[in-house]
Design a protein around this ligand. Sequence first.
Ligand code: ARG
Length: 578
Amino acid sequence: MQLHKLLNSYVINAFKSCDLADFPTLLYPASKAEFGHYQINGAMGAAKALKTNPRVLAERIVSHLMPLKDAGMVNAIEIVGAGFINIVLSGEFLSQQALDILQDDRLGIAKQSRQIIPIDYPSANLAKEMHVGHLRASIIGDALNRVLRFLGHDAFSQDHVGDWGTQFGMLITYMVETEKVGQSQVALADLEGFYRNAKKRFEESEEFANTARSYVVLLQKGDEKVLALWRRFVQVSQKHCLEVYQKLGLLVDASNLQGESSYNDDLQTTVDELIQQGIAVDSDGAKVVFLDEIRDKNGQPTPFIIQKSDGGFLYSTTDLACIRYRVRQLKADRILYVVDVRQSLHFKELFTTARQAGFAPEEVSLEHVAFGTMMGKDGKPFKTREGNTVKLIDLLNEAIQRAKELVCAKNSDLTAEEIKTISHAIGISSIKYADLSKNRTSDYVFNWESMLSFEGNTAPYLQYAYTRIHSLLLKGGQTLESDLDSRIYAHEKEEQNLLCLLLQFEDIILSVAKDCMPHYLANYLFQLATQFSKFYEKFPILKAQNDIRKSRLQIARLTAKTLKLGMNMLGLEVLDKM
Ligand code: ARG
Protein backbone atom coordinates (compact mmCIF):
# COMPACT_ATOMS: atom_id res chain seq x y z
CA MET A 1 0.00 0.00 0.00
CA GLN A 2 1.07 3.56 -0.56
CA LEU A 3 1.01 4.61 3.06
CA HIS A 4 2.49 8.04 2.52
CA LYS A 5 0.10 8.85 -0.29
CA LEU A 6 -2.88 7.69 1.74
CA LEU A 7 -1.97 9.81 4.77
CA ASN A 8 -1.09 12.75 2.62
CA SER A 9 -4.46 12.67 0.90
CA TYR A 10 -6.08 13.40 4.28
CA VAL A 11 -3.57 16.15 4.97
CA ILE A 12 -4.12 17.72 1.55
CA ASN A 13 -7.86 17.75 2.18
CA ALA A 14 -7.36 19.43 5.53
CA PHE A 15 -5.15 22.07 3.91
CA LYS A 16 -7.80 22.63 1.25
CA SER A 17 -10.51 23.07 3.85
CA CYS A 18 -8.32 25.74 5.45
CA ASP A 19 -7.84 27.51 2.10
CA LEU A 20 -4.20 26.42 2.04
CA ALA A 21 -4.38 24.38 -1.15
CA ASP A 22 -1.39 26.25 -2.60
CA PHE A 23 0.97 25.32 0.20
CA PRO A 24 2.95 22.09 0.46
CA THR A 25 1.89 19.84 3.32
CA LEU A 26 5.43 18.59 4.05
CA LEU A 27 4.46 15.29 5.59
CA TYR A 28 7.46 13.31 6.82
CA PRO A 29 8.18 10.36 9.07
CA ALA A 30 8.86 12.10 12.37
CA SER A 31 11.71 9.98 13.60
CA LYS A 32 14.09 7.30 12.48
CA ALA A 33 13.24 5.13 15.46
CA GLU A 34 9.47 5.24 15.54
CA PHE A 35 8.00 4.47 12.18
CA GLY A 36 4.34 5.06 13.01
CA HIS A 37 5.02 8.70 13.84
CA TYR A 38 4.57 11.30 11.15
CA GLN A 39 4.99 15.03 11.24
CA ILE A 40 3.32 17.73 9.16
CA ASN A 41 5.55 20.78 8.80
CA GLY A 42 3.55 22.68 6.21
CA ALA A 43 1.66 24.90 8.65
CA MET A 44 4.75 26.95 9.45
CA GLY A 45 5.60 27.93 5.89
CA ALA A 46 1.97 28.75 5.17
CA ALA A 47 1.68 30.88 8.32
CA LYS A 48 4.80 32.77 7.44
CA ALA A 49 3.57 33.55 3.94
CA LEU A 50 0.17 34.59 5.24
CA LYS A 51 1.69 36.45 8.20
CA THR A 52 -0.46 34.66 10.76
CA ASN A 53 0.32 32.79 13.94
CA PRO A 54 1.56 29.27 13.03
CA ARG A 55 0.09 27.61 16.11
CA VAL A 56 -3.33 29.07 15.46
CA LEU A 57 -3.13 27.92 11.87
CA ALA A 58 -1.96 24.47 12.99
CA GLU A 59 -5.00 24.23 15.29
CA ARG A 60 -7.29 24.92 12.38
CA ILE A 61 -5.58 22.27 10.29
CA VAL A 62 -5.87 19.76 13.12
CA SER A 63 -9.60 20.38 13.39
CA HIS A 64 -9.86 19.32 9.75
CA LEU A 65 -7.75 16.23 10.28
CA MET A 66 -10.47 14.56 12.32
CA PRO A 67 -11.41 12.24 9.41
CA LEU A 68 -8.09 10.47 10.13
CA LYS A 69 -9.32 9.78 13.63
CA ASP A 70 -12.81 8.89 12.54
CA ALA A 71 -11.37 6.30 10.16
CA GLY A 72 -9.49 4.82 13.10
CA MET A 73 -6.15 5.47 11.43
CA VAL A 74 -4.49 7.51 14.12
CA ASN A 75 -4.38 7.49 17.88
CA ALA A 76 -3.19 11.00 18.43
CA ILE A 77 -2.86 14.29 16.61
CA GLU A 78 -0.86 16.88 18.47
CA ILE A 79 0.64 20.28 17.91
CA VAL A 80 4.20 20.63 19.12
CA GLY A 81 6.79 23.39 19.09
CA ALA A 82 6.21 26.35 16.82
CA GLY A 83 3.45 24.67 14.84
CA PHE A 84 4.47 21.16 13.89
CA ILE A 85 1.63 18.67 13.78
CA ASN A 86 2.44 15.16 14.94
CA ILE A 87 0.30 12.19 14.11
CA VAL A 88 0.63 8.70 15.49
CA LEU A 89 -0.83 5.79 13.55
CA SER A 90 -3.03 3.41 15.50
CA GLY A 91 -2.08 -0.21 16.12
CA GLU A 92 -5.53 -1.22 14.97
CA PHE A 93 -5.07 0.45 11.59
CA LEU A 94 -1.56 -0.95 11.12
CA SER A 95 -2.74 -4.47 11.97
CA GLN A 96 -5.65 -4.38 9.57
CA GLN A 97 -3.57 -3.06 6.69
CA ALA A 98 -0.80 -5.57 7.36
CA LEU A 99 -3.28 -8.41 7.25
CA ASP A 100 -4.60 -7.12 3.93
CA ILE A 101 -1.23 -7.04 2.23
CA LEU A 102 -0.22 -10.37 3.71
CA GLN A 103 -3.10 -11.98 1.87
CA ASP A 104 -2.04 -10.53 -1.45
CA ASP A 105 0.57 -12.15 -3.71
CA ARG A 106 1.98 -8.75 -4.62
CA LEU A 107 1.97 -7.62 -1.01
CA GLY A 108 -0.56 -4.97 -1.92
CA ILE A 109 1.64 -3.34 -4.53
CA ALA A 110 -0.38 -2.23 -7.54
CA LYS A 111 0.87 -2.48 -11.11
CA GLN A 112 1.51 0.85 -12.78
CA SER A 113 0.22 1.70 -16.20
CA ARG A 114 2.56 -0.14 -18.51
CA GLN A 115 5.46 1.72 -20.09
CA ILE A 116 8.01 0.41 -22.57
CA ILE A 117 11.40 0.90 -20.95
CA PRO A 118 14.60 -0.16 -22.72
CA ILE A 119 17.50 -0.10 -20.27
CA ASP A 120 20.95 0.38 -21.74
CA TYR A 121 23.14 -2.06 -19.76
CA PRO A 122 25.69 -3.71 -19.34
CA SER A 123 26.97 -2.41 -22.71
CA ALA A 124 30.55 -3.62 -22.44
CA ASN A 125 33.09 -3.36 -25.25
CA LEU A 126 33.59 -6.56 -27.16
CA ALA A 127 37.18 -5.81 -28.08
CA LYS A 128 38.22 -6.85 -24.59
CA GLU A 129 37.21 -9.21 -21.88
CA MET A 130 34.58 -7.79 -19.50
CA HIS A 131 36.24 -5.95 -16.66
CA VAL A 132 35.05 -4.31 -13.47
CA GLY A 133 34.14 -1.08 -15.25
CA HIS A 134 30.98 -2.82 -16.41
CA LEU A 135 30.17 -4.44 -13.11
CA ARG A 136 28.27 -1.48 -11.73
CA ALA A 137 26.25 -1.05 -14.94
CA SER A 138 25.34 -4.76 -14.79
CA ILE A 139 24.27 -4.72 -11.17
CA ILE A 140 22.40 -1.42 -11.10
CA GLY A 141 20.78 -1.95 -14.49
CA ASP A 142 19.54 -5.37 -13.50
CA ALA A 143 18.04 -4.17 -10.21
CA LEU A 144 16.14 -1.43 -12.04
CA ASN A 145 15.01 -3.91 -14.65
CA ARG A 146 13.57 -6.16 -11.94
CA VAL A 147 11.85 -3.36 -10.05
CA LEU A 148 10.28 -1.93 -13.21
CA ARG A 149 9.09 -5.34 -14.37
CA PHE A 150 7.52 -6.01 -11.01
CA LEU A 151 5.65 -2.74 -11.32
CA GLY A 152 4.15 -4.00 -14.56
CA HIS A 153 6.37 -2.29 -17.10
CA ASP A 154 7.78 -3.76 -20.25
CA ALA A 155 11.38 -3.24 -19.16
CA PHE A 156 14.31 -5.02 -20.80
CA SER A 157 18.03 -4.76 -21.30
CA GLN A 158 19.28 -3.23 -24.53
CA ASP A 159 22.85 -4.34 -24.45
CA HIS A 160 24.62 -1.64 -26.47
CA VAL A 161 27.90 -3.53 -26.76
CA GLY A 162 30.83 -1.74 -28.35
CA ASP A 163 31.39 -3.99 -31.37
CA TRP A 164 32.13 -1.55 -34.17
CA GLY A 165 35.12 0.66 -33.38
CA THR A 166 38.50 1.11 -35.04
CA GLN A 167 40.02 -1.54 -32.74
CA PHE A 168 38.26 -4.17 -34.81
CA GLY A 169 40.55 -3.56 -37.76
CA MET A 170 43.46 -4.34 -35.51
CA LEU A 171 41.84 -7.43 -34.05
CA ILE A 172 40.84 -8.82 -37.43
CA THR A 173 44.34 -8.30 -38.81
CA TYR A 174 45.76 -10.18 -35.87
CA MET A 175 43.21 -12.92 -36.32
CA VAL A 176 44.26 -13.39 -39.94
CA GLU A 177 47.90 -13.37 -38.92
CA THR A 178 47.53 -16.03 -36.21
CA GLU A 179 45.26 -18.04 -38.47
CA LYS A 180 48.09 -18.43 -40.92
CA VAL A 181 50.06 -20.29 -38.29
CA GLY A 182 46.95 -22.16 -37.19
CA GLN A 183 46.72 -20.57 -33.79
CA SER A 184 43.83 -18.17 -33.92
CA GLN A 185 41.39 -20.49 -32.11
CA VAL A 186 43.75 -20.91 -29.18
CA ALA A 187 44.63 -17.25 -29.08
CA LEU A 188 40.98 -16.18 -29.12
CA ALA A 189 40.27 -18.18 -26.01
CA ASP A 190 42.18 -15.54 -24.10
CA LEU A 191 40.56 -12.33 -25.28
CA GLU A 192 42.60 -10.11 -23.04
CA GLY A 193 45.88 -11.58 -24.29
CA PHE A 194 44.60 -11.50 -27.84
CA TYR A 195 43.88 -7.79 -27.57
CA ARG A 196 47.25 -7.07 -25.96
CA ASN A 197 49.16 -8.96 -28.66
CA ALA A 198 47.18 -7.35 -31.46
CA LYS A 199 47.94 -3.95 -30.03
CA LYS A 200 51.61 -4.78 -29.79
CA ARG A 201 51.70 -5.82 -33.42
CA PHE A 202 49.81 -2.68 -34.37
CA GLU A 203 52.40 -0.54 -32.67
CA GLU A 204 55.50 -2.34 -33.91
CA SER A 205 54.60 -2.91 -37.56
CA GLU A 206 53.69 -0.21 -40.06
CA GLU A 207 52.44 -2.83 -42.47
CA PHE A 208 50.19 -4.40 -39.83
CA ALA A 209 48.79 -0.99 -38.93
CA ASN A 210 48.02 -0.18 -42.54
CA THR A 211 46.26 -3.49 -43.07
CA ALA A 212 44.27 -2.85 -39.90
CA ARG A 213 43.13 0.53 -41.19
CA SER A 214 42.07 -0.89 -44.49
CA TYR A 215 40.06 -3.58 -42.71
CA VAL A 216 38.14 -0.91 -40.80
CA VAL A 217 37.15 0.76 -44.04
CA LEU A 218 36.13 -2.55 -45.60
CA LEU A 219 34.22 -3.52 -42.49
CA GLN A 220 32.19 -0.33 -42.42
CA LYS A 221 31.50 -0.67 -46.14
CA GLY A 222 30.02 -4.08 -45.45
CA ASP A 223 32.64 -6.26 -47.19
CA GLU A 224 31.36 -9.82 -46.73
CA LYS A 225 34.77 -11.42 -46.19
CA VAL A 226 35.79 -8.97 -43.51
CA LEU A 227 32.36 -9.13 -41.94
CA ALA A 228 32.71 -12.90 -41.64
CA LEU A 229 35.98 -12.50 -39.78
CA TRP A 230 34.48 -9.81 -37.59
CA ARG A 231 31.51 -12.07 -36.82
CA ARG A 232 33.80 -14.84 -35.65
CA PHE A 233 35.56 -12.51 -33.28
CA VAL A 234 32.31 -11.03 -32.00
CA GLN A 235 30.82 -14.46 -31.41
CA VAL A 236 33.64 -15.56 -29.15
CA SER A 237 33.51 -12.28 -27.34
CA GLN A 238 29.73 -12.39 -26.90
CA LYS A 239 29.89 -15.92 -25.60
CA HIS A 240 32.30 -14.73 -22.98
CA CYS A 241 29.99 -11.86 -21.96
CA LEU A 242 27.01 -14.17 -21.77
CA GLU A 243 28.92 -16.41 -19.39
CA VAL A 244 29.55 -13.47 -17.11
CA TYR A 245 25.89 -12.40 -17.29
CA GLN A 246 24.85 -15.89 -16.36
CA LYS A 247 27.22 -16.08 -13.44
CA LEU A 248 25.85 -12.77 -12.22
CA GLY A 249 22.29 -13.99 -12.75
CA LEU A 250 21.37 -11.05 -14.96
CA LEU A 251 18.14 -10.75 -16.89
CA VAL A 252 20.23 -10.43 -20.03
CA ASP A 253 20.83 -13.03 -22.72
CA ALA A 254 21.71 -13.18 -26.40
CA SER A 255 18.32 -11.75 -27.34
CA ASN A 256 19.18 -8.49 -25.58
CA LEU A 257 22.36 -7.88 -27.55
CA GLN A 258 21.92 -4.87 -29.76
CA GLY A 259 25.41 -3.61 -30.36
CA GLU A 260 26.73 -0.49 -32.02
CA SER A 261 27.11 -2.41 -35.28
CA SER A 262 23.36 -2.89 -35.58
CA TYR A 263 22.89 0.81 -36.31
CA ASN A 264 25.46 0.94 -39.10
CA ASP A 265 22.93 1.26 -41.89
CA ASP A 266 21.20 4.18 -40.19
CA LEU A 267 24.26 6.31 -39.54
CA GLN A 268 24.33 8.23 -42.80
CA THR A 269 20.56 8.78 -42.72
CA THR A 270 20.82 10.11 -39.19
CA VAL A 271 23.53 12.58 -40.17
CA ASP A 272 21.60 13.62 -43.27
CA GLU A 273 18.46 14.24 -41.26
CA LEU A 274 20.37 16.49 -38.89
CA ILE A 275 21.89 18.42 -41.76
CA GLN A 276 18.55 18.83 -43.51
CA GLN A 277 17.03 20.21 -40.35
CA GLY A 278 19.90 22.68 -40.09
CA ILE A 279 20.90 21.23 -36.73
CA ALA A 280 24.26 19.87 -37.89
CA VAL A 281 26.59 22.06 -39.92
CA ASP A 282 29.83 21.63 -41.81
CA SER A 283 32.90 22.63 -39.83
CA ASP A 284 36.24 22.06 -41.58
CA GLY A 285 34.73 19.10 -43.39
CA ALA A 286 33.34 17.51 -40.24
CA LYS A 287 29.64 17.49 -39.41
CA VAL A 288 29.01 19.14 -36.09
CA VAL A 289 26.06 20.14 -33.89
CA PHE A 290 26.86 23.31 -31.95
CA LEU A 291 24.85 23.22 -28.77
CA ASP A 292 23.77 26.63 -27.50
CA GLU A 293 22.28 25.03 -24.39
CA ILE A 294 25.62 23.62 -23.33
CA ARG A 295 28.37 26.22 -23.20
CA ASP A 296 32.03 25.67 -22.44
CA LYS A 297 33.94 27.76 -19.93
CA ASN A 298 34.50 30.52 -22.48
CA GLY A 299 30.79 30.77 -23.13
CA GLN A 300 31.03 29.04 -26.52
CA PRO A 301 28.46 26.44 -27.61
CA THR A 302 29.96 22.95 -27.26
CA PRO A 303 30.54 21.07 -30.50
CA PHE A 304 28.99 17.61 -30.74
CA ILE A 305 30.79 15.96 -33.65
CA ILE A 306 28.68 13.45 -35.52
CA GLN A 307 30.83 12.76 -38.59
CA LYS A 308 34.56 13.13 -39.02
CA SER A 309 36.05 14.95 -42.00
CA ASP A 310 37.16 11.59 -43.46
CA GLY A 311 33.53 10.49 -43.43
CA GLY A 312 33.90 8.22 -40.40
CA PHE A 313 31.11 7.98 -37.84
CA LEU A 314 31.50 8.16 -34.10
CA TYR A 315 30.10 6.98 -30.77
CA SER A 316 27.77 10.00 -30.92
CA THR A 317 26.38 9.04 -34.34
CA THR A 318 25.61 5.50 -33.22
CA ASP A 319 23.87 6.78 -30.12
CA LEU A 320 21.73 9.20 -32.13
CA ALA A 321 20.70 6.43 -34.51
CA CYS A 322 20.04 4.26 -31.49
CA ILE A 323 17.67 6.80 -29.90
CA ARG A 324 15.73 7.04 -33.14
CA TYR A 325 15.44 3.27 -33.15
CA ARG A 326 14.36 3.05 -29.52
CA VAL A 327 11.71 5.71 -29.98
CA ARG A 328 10.44 4.83 -33.45
CA GLN A 329 10.81 1.07 -33.53
CA LEU A 330 10.63 0.05 -29.91
CA LYS A 331 8.09 2.79 -29.06
CA ALA A 332 9.89 3.49 -25.83
CA ASP A 333 8.21 5.68 -23.20
CA ARG A 334 11.30 5.97 -21.08
CA ILE A 335 14.93 5.16 -21.95
CA LEU A 336 17.48 4.53 -19.22
CA TYR A 337 21.23 4.62 -19.79
CA VAL A 338 23.07 2.95 -16.94
CA VAL A 339 26.52 4.32 -17.72
CA ASP A 340 29.55 5.72 -15.88
CA VAL A 341 29.16 9.31 -14.66
CA ARG A 342 32.27 10.23 -16.66
CA GLN A 343 30.10 10.07 -19.76
CA SER A 344 27.72 12.75 -18.46
CA LEU A 345 28.67 15.35 -21.03
CA HIS A 346 28.19 12.88 -23.85
CA PHE A 347 24.64 12.13 -22.69
CA LYS A 348 23.80 15.78 -22.17
CA GLU A 349 24.89 16.50 -25.72
CA LEU A 350 23.15 13.44 -27.05
CA PHE A 351 19.83 14.17 -25.34
CA THR A 352 19.86 17.83 -26.33
CA THR A 353 20.53 16.96 -29.96
CA ALA A 354 17.95 14.18 -30.01
CA ARG A 355 15.30 16.54 -28.61
CA GLN A 356 16.11 19.26 -31.13
CA ALA A 357 15.93 16.84 -34.00
CA GLY A 358 12.66 15.37 -32.77
CA PHE A 359 14.26 11.91 -32.49
CA ALA A 360 12.90 11.85 -28.95
CA PRO A 361 9.76 13.92 -28.33
CA GLU A 362 9.25 15.51 -24.89
CA GLU A 363 6.95 12.71 -23.69
CA VAL A 364 9.79 10.21 -23.95
CA SER A 365 11.94 10.44 -20.87
CA LEU A 366 15.70 10.17 -21.49
CA GLU A 367 17.67 9.43 -18.34
CA HIS A 368 21.36 8.98 -17.78
CA VAL A 369 21.48 6.72 -14.72
CA ALA A 370 25.02 7.67 -13.84
CA PHE A 371 27.28 5.83 -11.43
CA GLY A 372 30.65 6.55 -9.86
CA THR A 373 33.87 4.57 -10.02
CA MET A 374 34.64 1.41 -8.14
CA MET A 375 37.71 2.15 -6.03
CA GLY A 376 40.32 -0.04 -4.36
CA LYS A 377 41.10 0.24 -0.66
CA ASP A 378 43.90 2.62 -1.60
CA GLY A 379 41.33 5.11 -2.87
CA LYS A 380 42.39 4.63 -6.49
CA PRO A 381 40.35 2.97 -9.24
CA PHE A 382 40.16 -0.77 -8.56
CA LYS A 383 43.09 -2.72 -10.06
CA THR A 384 44.95 -5.97 -9.48
CA ARG A 385 47.91 -5.87 -7.12
CA GLU A 386 50.13 -5.58 -10.19
CA GLY A 387 48.14 -2.58 -11.39
CA ASN A 388 46.25 -4.34 -14.19
CA THR A 389 42.54 -4.13 -14.84
CA VAL A 390 40.66 -6.88 -13.06
CA LYS A 391 38.79 -9.36 -15.21
CA LEU A 392 35.20 -9.59 -14.11
CA ILE A 393 35.05 -13.34 -14.28
CA ASP A 394 38.07 -13.62 -11.95
CA LEU A 395 36.48 -11.25 -9.49
CA LEU A 396 33.24 -13.24 -9.43
CA ASN A 397 35.09 -16.52 -8.95
CA GLU A 398 37.05 -15.03 -6.11
CA ALA A 399 33.84 -13.87 -4.44
CA ILE A 400 32.42 -17.38 -4.61
CA GLN A 401 35.64 -18.88 -3.27
CA ARG A 402 35.76 -16.45 -0.36
CA ALA A 403 32.10 -17.11 0.42
CA LYS A 404 32.85 -20.82 0.44
CA GLU A 405 35.50 -20.43 3.11
CA LEU A 406 33.04 -18.43 5.17
CA VAL A 407 30.24 -20.95 4.78
CA CYS A 408 32.45 -23.89 5.68
CA ALA A 409 33.69 -22.13 8.80
CA LYS A 410 30.16 -21.27 9.94
CA ASN A 411 28.25 -24.46 9.31
CA SER A 412 29.83 -27.89 9.14
CA ASP A 413 26.61 -29.84 8.56
CA LEU A 414 26.22 -28.98 4.90
CA THR A 415 26.56 -31.38 1.99
CA ALA A 416 29.01 -30.57 -0.80
CA GLU A 417 26.10 -29.68 -3.07
CA GLU A 418 24.65 -27.29 -0.48
CA ILE A 419 28.01 -25.66 0.04
CA LYS A 420 28.24 -25.00 -3.67
CA THR A 421 24.80 -23.43 -3.96
CA ILE A 422 25.15 -21.36 -0.81
CA SER A 423 28.65 -20.09 -1.66
CA HIS A 424 27.50 -18.97 -5.06
CA ALA A 425 24.46 -17.21 -3.62
CA ILE A 426 26.46 -15.45 -0.91
CA GLY A 427 29.45 -14.56 -3.07
CA ILE A 428 27.53 -13.05 -5.97
CA SER A 429 24.92 -11.39 -3.77
CA SER A 430 27.65 -9.80 -1.66
CA ILE A 431 29.24 -8.13 -4.65
CA LYS A 432 25.87 -6.93 -5.87
CA TYR A 433 24.71 -5.64 -2.54
CA ALA A 434 27.93 -3.81 -1.75
CA ASP A 435 27.21 -1.78 -4.85
CA LEU A 436 23.44 -1.46 -4.52
CA SER A 437 23.52 -0.31 -0.91
CA LYS A 438 25.47 2.83 -1.83
CA ASN A 439 24.15 5.88 -3.58
CA ARG A 440 25.09 5.04 -7.17
CA THR A 441 26.26 8.55 -8.00
CA SER A 442 29.26 8.37 -5.67
CA ASP A 443 32.45 6.38 -6.04
CA TYR A 444 32.57 3.38 -3.76
CA VAL A 445 35.34 1.39 -2.21
CA PHE A 446 35.44 -2.29 -3.01
CA ASN A 447 36.30 -4.19 0.15
CA TRP A 448 36.06 -7.97 0.45
CA GLU A 449 36.06 -8.05 4.25
CA SER A 450 33.18 -5.65 4.74
CA MET A 451 30.99 -6.96 1.94
CA LEU A 452 31.28 -10.56 3.11
CA SER A 453 30.60 -9.82 6.75
CA PHE A 454 27.57 -11.21 8.56
CA GLU A 455 27.30 -7.97 10.47
CA GLY A 456 26.33 -4.58 9.18
CA ASN A 457 24.57 -3.55 6.00
CA THR A 458 25.61 -6.52 3.86
CA ALA A 459 24.10 -9.26 1.73
CA PRO A 460 25.07 -12.05 4.15
CA TYR A 461 23.36 -10.14 6.97
CA LEU A 462 20.13 -9.91 4.99
CA GLN A 463 20.37 -13.47 3.76
CA TYR A 464 20.95 -14.73 7.26
CA ALA A 465 18.07 -12.64 8.63
CA TYR A 466 15.80 -14.21 6.06
CA THR A 467 17.02 -17.73 6.79
CA ARG A 468 16.41 -17.24 10.50
CA ILE A 469 12.84 -16.12 10.00
CA HIS A 470 12.30 -18.95 7.58
CA SER A 471 13.38 -21.54 10.12
CA LEU A 472 11.36 -19.81 12.82
CA LEU A 473 8.29 -20.18 10.64
CA LEU A 474 9.03 -23.85 10.07
CA LYS A 475 9.33 -24.42 13.80
CA GLY A 476 6.01 -22.66 14.21
CA GLY A 477 4.43 -25.05 11.71
CA GLN A 478 4.31 -22.37 9.03
CA THR A 479 5.59 -21.70 5.56
CA LEU A 480 5.68 -18.43 3.68
CA GLU A 481 2.52 -19.40 1.87
CA SER A 482 0.39 -20.94 4.60
CA ASP A 483 -2.49 -18.83 5.72
CA LEU A 484 -2.94 -18.83 9.45
CA ASP A 485 -6.37 -17.34 9.35
CA SER A 486 -5.68 -15.22 12.38
CA ARG A 487 -5.74 -11.56 13.23
CA ILE A 488 -2.68 -9.46 13.71
CA TYR A 489 -2.29 -7.57 16.94
CA ALA A 490 0.12 -4.73 17.43
CA HIS A 491 0.04 -4.06 21.15
CA GLU A 492 3.76 -3.44 21.54
CA LYS A 493 5.61 -0.43 20.23
CA GLU A 494 8.14 -2.67 18.47
CA GLU A 495 5.34 -4.46 16.68
CA GLN A 496 3.83 -1.20 15.54
CA ASN A 497 7.18 -0.01 14.27
CA LEU A 498 7.68 -3.18 12.35
CA LEU A 499 4.22 -3.14 10.80
CA CYS A 500 4.55 0.46 9.79
CA LEU A 501 7.84 -0.27 8.10
CA LEU A 502 6.27 -3.22 6.30
CA LEU A 503 3.51 -0.94 5.06
CA GLN A 504 6.04 1.47 3.58
CA PHE A 505 7.35 -1.11 1.12
CA GLU A 506 5.33 0.15 -1.83
CA ASP A 507 6.38 3.76 -1.21
CA ILE A 508 9.99 2.61 -1.38
CA ILE A 509 9.59 0.55 -4.54
CA LEU A 510 7.88 3.44 -6.29
CA SER A 511 10.62 5.86 -5.37
CA VAL A 512 13.29 3.43 -6.61
CA ALA A 513 11.48 3.23 -9.94
CA LYS A 514 11.07 6.97 -10.18
CA ASP A 515 14.59 8.06 -9.21
CA CYS A 516 16.44 4.92 -10.38
CA MET A 517 18.00 4.65 -6.94
CA PRO A 518 18.28 1.01 -5.82
CA HIS A 519 19.93 2.02 -2.54
CA TYR A 520 16.55 3.22 -1.23
CA LEU A 521 15.40 -0.37 -1.35
CA ALA A 522 18.67 -1.79 -0.01
CA ASN A 523 18.60 0.49 2.99
CA TYR A 524 14.94 -0.22 3.56
CA LEU A 525 15.58 -3.97 3.67
CA PHE A 526 18.43 -3.48 6.09
CA GLN A 527 16.20 -1.40 8.34
CA LEU A 528 13.48 -4.01 8.12
CA ALA A 529 15.81 -6.87 9.03
CA THR A 530 17.22 -4.86 11.93
CA GLN A 531 13.77 -3.90 13.18
CA PHE A 532 12.64 -7.50 13.06
CA SER A 533 15.56 -8.70 15.10
CA LYS A 534 14.92 -5.97 17.68
CA PHE A 535 11.38 -7.20 17.97
CA TYR A 536 12.42 -10.84 18.09
CA GLU A 537 15.05 -10.25 20.75
CA LYS A 538 12.54 -8.58 23.02
CA PHE A 539 9.42 -10.67 22.54
CA PRO A 540 8.86 -14.40 22.38
CA ILE A 541 7.20 -15.69 19.25
CA LEU A 542 7.06 -19.47 19.47
CA LYS A 543 6.65 -19.36 23.24
CA ALA A 544 3.92 -16.73 23.17
CA GLN A 545 0.36 -17.82 23.93
CA ASN A 546 -2.51 -18.53 21.54
CA ASP A 547 -3.59 -15.49 19.56
CA ILE A 548 -0.42 -13.55 20.27
CA ARG A 549 1.69 -16.44 19.04
CA LYS A 550 -0.37 -16.66 15.90
CA SER A 551 -0.26 -12.94 15.38
CA ARG A 552 3.50 -12.79 15.79
CA LEU A 553 3.98 -15.64 13.38
CA GLN A 554 1.93 -13.67 10.88
CA ILE A 555 4.16 -10.65 11.40
CA ALA A 556 7.21 -12.85 10.89
CA ARG A 557 5.68 -14.24 7.75
CA LEU A 558 5.00 -10.81 6.32
CA THR A 559 8.55 -9.77 7.17
CA ALA A 560 9.99 -12.82 5.40
CA LYS A 561 7.82 -12.26 2.35
CA THR A 562 8.82 -8.63 2.14
CA LEU A 563 12.51 -9.43 2.55
CA LYS A 564 12.32 -12.11 -0.10
CA LEU A 565 10.50 -9.99 -2.63
CA GLY A 566 12.72 -6.99 -1.96
CA MET A 567 15.92 -9.00 -2.20
CA ASN A 568 14.77 -10.62 -5.41
CA MET A 569 14.12 -7.21 -6.88
CA LEU A 570 17.72 -6.30 -6.15
CA GLY A 571 18.85 -9.50 -7.85
CA LEU A 572 19.95 -11.12 -4.56
CA GLU A 573 19.38 -14.75 -3.78
CA VAL A 574 17.52 -15.78 -0.67
CA LEU A 575 18.37 -19.05 1.02
CA ASP A 576 16.17 -21.24 3.19
CA LYS A 577 19.26 -22.66 4.80
CA MET A 578 22.81 -21.43 5.21
N1 ARG B 1 30.44 0.61 -24.44
C1 ARG B 1 30.46 1.85 -23.74
C2 ARG B 1 31.62 1.87 -22.74
O1 ARG B 1 32.07 0.83 -22.34
C3 ARG B 1 29.20 2.12 -22.98
C4 ARG B 1 27.97 2.23 -23.83
C5 ARG B 1 26.88 2.90 -23.10
N2 ARG B 1 25.69 3.03 -23.87
C6 ARG B 1 25.48 3.94 -24.82
N3 ARG B 1 24.34 3.91 -25.46
N4 ARG B 1 26.35 4.86 -25.08
O2 ARG B 1 32.04 2.92 -22.35
